[in-house]
Design a protein around this ligand. Structure first.
Ligand code: GDP
Ligand code: MG
Length: 190
């Protein structure tokens, strides 16, 4: 799992963009059926149900949420890319590259997406996390943790295994991406 995730989630109404002028745009990429929508719904579900304006869902594709990471608020728009991959690839500030640990072909597709990202988003340090979802399905595992980690090392991105079904490690993945976005922003500014 990612380190440095003892941060608190908050969805209060006093959110700001943590110094940025617009929300971070985080795009979910990955093969069909790997759990992108399940991950997006966890993100969406963080809104206080009493205050549903906090999370705006546009046909289940996009959700904006203010979360607190390392004591600082950040507003992120999560894009659940269900078919317009080309467009999504070019418009993200950061990417969650999702595969299912029960589906080797989805792992190979994640590699292909990583290559497309490198070609189409050549900026250095575009934050990317390789996400091995469905880690609750241990007996159906087709991709080992070691393979996932090795792939992330080759592709120069972070790695985490999640279970959207068990709500395991999904928030640490969002927090990790915000932390990377901030690092990048701070590097740019200084
Ligand atoms: P998408 O096509 O990438 O958006 O995938 P979905 O979010 O629609 O998920 C596809 C199927 O996998 C659904 O039946 C989900 O309930 C299931 N699923 C998603 N995440 C998990 C997970 O972490 N564990 C398990 N066991 N099932 C999951
Ligand atoms: Mg979906």
């Amino acid at each position: 799992s990612l380190d440095s995730t003892d941060s608190v989630i908050s969805t209060g109404s006093t959110g700001n963009t943590g110094g940025s002028s617009r929300p971070f745009r985080v795009v979910l990429l990955g093969a069909r059926g790997v759990g992108k929508s399940a991950i997006a719904s966890i993100f969406a579900g963080a809104a206080d149900s009493m205050d549903s304006d906090e999370c705006e869902l546009y046909g289940d594709e996009v959700c904006e949420q203010t979360i607190t990471v390392d004591g600082e608020k950040a507003t992120a728009t999560l894009v659940d890319n269900w078919d317009s991959e080309d467009q999504c690839i070019q418009t993200g500030d950061a990417y969650l590259l999702v595969y299912s640990i029960t589906d080797r072909s989805s792992f190979l597709q994640a590699s292909e997406l990583r290559i497309s990202l490198r070609q189409r988003r050549p900026a250095h340090h575009t934050p990317i996390i390789l996400v091995g979802n469905k880690c609750d399905l241990v007996r159906r595992r087709e991709v080992s943790v070691t393979e996932g980690r090795a792939c992330a090392a080759v592709f120069d991105c972070k790695f985490i295994e999640t279970s959207a079904a068990m709500q395991h490690n999904v928030w640490p993945a969002f927090h990790g991406i915000v932390q990377q976005l901030r690092l990048r922003r701070d590097t740019k500014e200084n």
